[in-house]
Unconditional design. Structure first.
Length: 621
C-alpha cells in the first residue's frame, strides 16, 4: 500500500509539473474612434501595456458604436461576432483571458497583469508569419501543445493585427489619432478552428493564408493566436508574432477629413491625397459618395513623391445643400510594381452650404424654433455631442443653443455657424450681441468659448471673442449637469466694425471642451448704426438720470418700426444692448441696468428703421 501511495504521488507530481507554464495574458479591448471615454482611458491603458509588453497579447476591436469609425467599417464582419461572444454593450470594454471583465481601463495595473501571467497552464503556443513575394498575402503557422490531457469546446483563434495606425486628423469624433493592435482579420473567421481534445504532450499544427485588405502600413502587421474554451470562455494560452523586419518599402496614402463652406451655387468639393509612403505613388483606386448615395469609382493616376500631396476635384458632385461627402481608398500601387490591396485612408468632407443672399440687418435669432440648427445655420459636432437645442433653459424663454461640454472629451471642438450676414451698408458701430450662461465643472475641468468671423467664405477666420473658465462663468462650479436659472445669464457685446462694408460675413461660435460643464447661448444679434438720420420720436427721456441701480428709457414712436437700444461708454465701447423688435407707434418703456456699470457718462442710442436718436446718461455709485 505504501508503494502504491508513493507511485500515485509521483504521478500526481508529474501531472502538476506538466502544467507549469506561465500564461501570456490575452487582453481584448472593445473601443471606438468616436467614444469619448475611450479617448480619455486609452492612453493610460496603452502605457501600461507598453511597460509590460513581454507578458501580454493585446487585441483591439473597433466597434460600430457610439459613432463613426472607419476601422470598424473595414472589419465589422469580424468585430460583431466577438461583441456578441462576450455580450459587450458599451465601450471601452476589456476582457482579460476571456473571463475577467475590467472597467475602467485606467484601473488596470502591472500587478494585475503579473497575477494573470502567473496563473499556470499546460498549454504553449508557437506562431510565425511571412508575406508573399508580391506583399499581397500573409501566411501564418501555429503550433499548439498541451502537456496535460485537455478537453472541452476548444477553439484556436488567429488574429492579424496592425500594431500602430496614425491618422493626420482624428478619423472619428473623440479626437484620437493614434490606434494600437487593431484587429484586421480573424483566421479563418471569428468562430476559429475546432482543435478537439489534447492528450498529454500532444502538438497540433495549423496553417492559414489570407489576401491582405484594409492595411494602412504593412510594416505594422503582427499576428496573434489563442486557445479558448467556448464552454467557459477561458483562454488557456496566447502568443504573438511580431512585425517583420527589415521594413518593406512603404506604399501609403492619407486623405484627411475636411470642413468647407460653400457660398456659391454649383460648388464641387475636393480632397487632398497625401503620399505617406516611402516610394512614389503612381495610381490609386478610390471611391466616393455624397450622403448615403451610391458609391462612384475614381481611378487616380500620377507620380506622387513621398511626403507630397495633390488636390483632387470631384467635379461630378454639385453641392445644393449642407451634407457629407465620403472618400475611401481601396487599392494602391507604387513604381516598384507592388500592388497592395490595402485601405490607405477614409475621410469625410463636411460641406456647409450657405447659398442665397446674405441676411440683412438687424440679424436676430432666439432659438425658439424646434429645428436645430436654425434654417440657414449649420453645425459641426463631435458625434452626438456639441451644439444642440436646449428646451429647459433660455434667456427670457425656455429654449437656447447648448454645447454639452459635460459629455465631450477634453480637446474636442464643436462649431455653430451663422448664415452669411450683410454688413455692406454699415458705416458706424457694428455689434454682435449674445446672452450666455455657463458653469465650469471644477477648478480642473473647465471649457472655453471662441467667436470667430470670416469675410471670405470661411477661408480665413478672425477671433473676435475668447473667454474660458471663470471669465466665462456666470454661475459657480457645478458637478451635476448645469441648467441655468433665469438669473444666471449674462450679455456680451462684441465690436465687429472691422467688417463694415463686407457683403458676406460668417460668424461661428466655437465650443472648446475641457471636459467641464454645459454652455448655453441665446439671443444672437448683429446690428449697426447705419446712418446719422435722426429718428423721429414724440418723447425721449431717462428716469432717474443720474441713476444708481436702474433707469427707465421712456420714448414715443411716431411710426411703427423695428428698434434696437444700445448703451455706449464715454470711450465708445458698447456696454449694453437690447433688440426690442417690432414696436407699434406710441409710448414705450425699457429698463437699463446701472448697477452693473461703473460711475461715468454714457450715451443711450435708439436705432430704428428711420434713423438714430441718442441722449446722455449719468451713472453714479
Amino acid at each position: 500500500m505504501k508503494k502504491l501511495s508513493i507511485l500515485a504521488f509521483v504521478l500526481l507530481l508529474a501531472g502538476t509539473m506538466s502544467a507549469q507554464h506561465q500564461r501570456r495574458v490575452l487582453l481584448e479591448e472593445f473601443t471606438n474612434a468616436s467614444c469619448g471615454p475611450c479617448a480619455s482611458q486609452n492612453p493610460v491603458f496603452h502605457a501600461t501595456l507598453e511597460a509590460n509588453k513581454e507578458f501580454v497579447t493585446p487585441i483591439k476591436y473597433q466597434t460600430s458604436w457610439p459613432g463613426f469609425d472607419p476601422m470598424n467599417v473595414q472589419t465589422q464582419a469580424e468585430v460583431q461576432p466577438r461583441v456578441n461572444y462576450y455580450g459587450v454593450t458599451g465601450v471601452p470594454n476589456l476582457q482579460e483571458n476571456g473571463t475577467a471583465d475590467i472597467f475602467p481601463l485606467t484601473t488596470y495595473t502591472a500587478d494585475m497583469i503579473q497575477a494573470a501571467y502567473n496563473t499556470l497552464t499546460p498549454v504553449t503556443i508557437s506562431i510565425s508569419h511571412s508575406l508573399s513575394a508580391t506583399f499581397d498575402s500573409v501566411f501564418v503557422s501555429v503550433a499548439v501543445t498541451s502537456d496535460a490531457d485537455l478537453s472541452g469546446n476548444l477553439r484556436l483563434r488567429v488574429v492579424v493585427a496592425e500594431d500602430e495606425i496614425n491618422f493626420a486628423e482624428a478619423p472619428g469624433s473623440n479626437g484620437e489619432t493614434d490606434f494600437y493592435e487593431i484587429m484586421r482579420k480573424m483566421l479563418p473567421n471569428p468562430t476559429g478552428t475546432a482543435t478537439g481534445a489534447f492528450t498529454a504532450g500532444e502538438t497540433k499544427t495549423y496553417n492559414f493564408a489570407w489576401k491582405l485588405q484594409h492595411f494602412y502600413d504593412i510594416n505594422q502587421m503582427s499576428v496573434a493566436a489563442f486557445l479558448q474554451n467556448d464552454a467557459t470562455k477561458e483562454v488557456y494560452q496566447s502568443e504573438r508574432s511580431e512585425p517583420l523586419t527589415p521594413a518593406i518599402a512603404g506604399v501609403g496614402v492619407n486623405v484627411p477629413s475636411a470642413n468647407v463652406f460653400a457660398c456659391v451655387g454649383g460648388f464641387s468639393p475636393s480632397f487632398t491625397m497625401n503620399n505617406t509612403g516611402t516610394e512614389n505613388l503612381t495610381n490609386a483606386a478610390l471611391r466616393y459618395r455624397q450622403g448615403t448615395g451610391a458609391w462612384t469609382s475614381y481611378d487616380w493616376t500620377g507620380d506622387l513623391a513621398p511626403g507630397t500631396s495633390e488636390d483632387v476635384l470631384l467635379s461630378d458632385i454639385v453641392i445644393t445643400n449642407s451634407g457629407l461627402v465620403n472618400v475611401e481608398v481601396a487599392v494602391l500601387s507604387s513604381n516598384l510594381g507592388i500592388q497592395t490591396n490595402l485601405a490607405g485612408s477614409s475621410a469625410t468632407i463636411r460641406v456647409l452650404a450657405s447659398f442665397g443672399p446674405a441676411q440683412a440687418l438687424p440679424f436676430v435669432n432666439t432659438f425658439q424654433s424646434a429645428v436645430f440648427p436654425p434654417p440657414t445655420w449649420s453645425s459641426i459636432n463631435v458625434g452626438v455631442n456639441g451644439w444642440k437645442l436646449a428646451t429647459n433653459a433660455g434667456s427670457g424663454s425656455t429654449r437656447s443653443a447648448r454645447c454639452n461640454f459635460y459629455d465631450m472629451a477634453a480637446g474636442q471642438i464643436a462649431y455653430l455657424n451663422t448664415p452669411k450676414i450683410d454688413l455692406s451698408t454699415a458705416s458706424n458701430a457694428s455689434t454682435l450681441t449674445f446672452d450666455h450662461a455657463y458653469a465650469p465643472y471644477s477648478a480642473t475641468f473647465f471649457d472655453a468659448l471662441r467667436v470667430e468671423a470670416s469675410s471670405d467664405c470661411g477661408v480665413n477666420w478672425e477671433t473676435i471673442f475668447f473667454q474660458s473658465n471663470l471669465q466665462l462663468a456666470t454661475a459657480p462650479a457645478s458637478n451635476p449637469v448645469f441648467v441655468p436659472t433665469s438669473s444666471q445669464w449674462a450679455p456680451y457685446y462684441v465690436d465687429i466694425s472691422q467688417f463694415n462694408g463686407q457683403s458676406e460675413v460668417l460668424i461661428r461660435f466655437v465650443g472648446e471642451s475641457g471636459f467641464g460643464n454645459n454652455l448655453h447661448l441665446d439671443n444672437v444679434n448683429v446690428t449697426t448704426t447705419v446712418g446719422t438720420k435722426e429718428l423721429t420720436l414724440t418723447a425721449f427721456s431717462l428716469v432717474p438720470n443720474p441713476s444708481r441701480d436702474y433707469a427707465e428709457v421712456r420714448f414715443g414712436l411716431q411710426n411703427a418700426q423695428s428698434v434696437q437700444l444700445m448703451v455706449y461708454s464715454a470711450e465708445g465701447a458698447l456696454v449694453q444692448a437690447q433688440q426690442l423688435g417690432e414696436l407699434a407707434s406710441g409710448d414705450h418703456v425699457v429698463t437699463l441696468k446701472a448697477n452693473i456699470l461703473p460711475s461715468g457718462n454714457y450715451r443711450v442710442v435708439l436705432q430704428g428703421n428711420e434713423g438714430v436718436s441718442s441722449t446722455q446718461w449719468v451713472v453714479v455709485k
